[in-house]
Ligand binder design. Sequence first.
Ligand SMILES: CC(C)(COP(=O)(O)OP(=O)(O)OC[C@H]1O[C@@H](n2cnc3c(N)ncnc32)[C@H](O)[C@@H]1OP(=O)(O)O)[C@@H](O)C(=O)NCCC(=O)NCCS
Length: 160
Amino acid sequence: MSIEPIVESTWSEILRLQAEVYLFVKPESIEVLKDKWFRSPRCCFICREGEQLMGYLLAHSWNNDSPPKLFQTLPRGTEGPILFLHDLAVSNSSFGKGVGSTMITHLVRVATLSGYKQIRLVSIQNSMLFWQKQGFTPVEQEVCKSYGEGAQLMQRVLWM
Ligand SMILES: CC(C)(COP(=O)(O)OP(=O)(O)OC[C@H]1O[C@@H](n2cnc3c(N)ncnc32)[C@H](O)[C@@H]1OP(=O)(O)O)[C@@H](O)C(=O)NCCC(=O)NCCS
């Protein structure tokens, strides 16, 4: 498997994968997803095996302890020392083969080299144990209801 940057032609595949894995969450528009990529292109990438898209990851620079609102483009002037991991999705046919953890290893490397202090995310769809295995810990803070039932804010500190 190889990690590759996102290019314009990748977006239709990303939208298909998003629809495949998020059955209980409203999908986000391509405009909202691309907005993260425009802000932090090095922190948005895909994983492929041959022609097949196995997974995608979208993360972006952020300046607030609270997560950004879903379904909206990022407000101007909100770049900062936090890397917010907006979405990691692995296709059903690639599930459980180490794709998710490989993409997190890559993200942590890029984030550290880019000088981010921490990575934050909102765990949904019962994924908390996966995130804990990737070194993330829960943060005692409410998240917006639009993230859905059982959503949990988590962080991984890179340096103090
Ligand atoms: C969660 C997700 C990204 C995991 O990707 P993956 O490629 O299947 O994960 P990996 O194969 O790298 O698994 C790494 C470890 O986490 C465990 N794991 C994976 N998904 C898990 C889950 N949902 N709950 C608990 N443990 C999980 C694996 O068993 C493995 O454990 P091990 O190291 O002890 O063997 C993937 O299942 C997915 O895309 N789910 C749908 C979208 C989603 O919910 N994304 C997260 C939104 S916050």
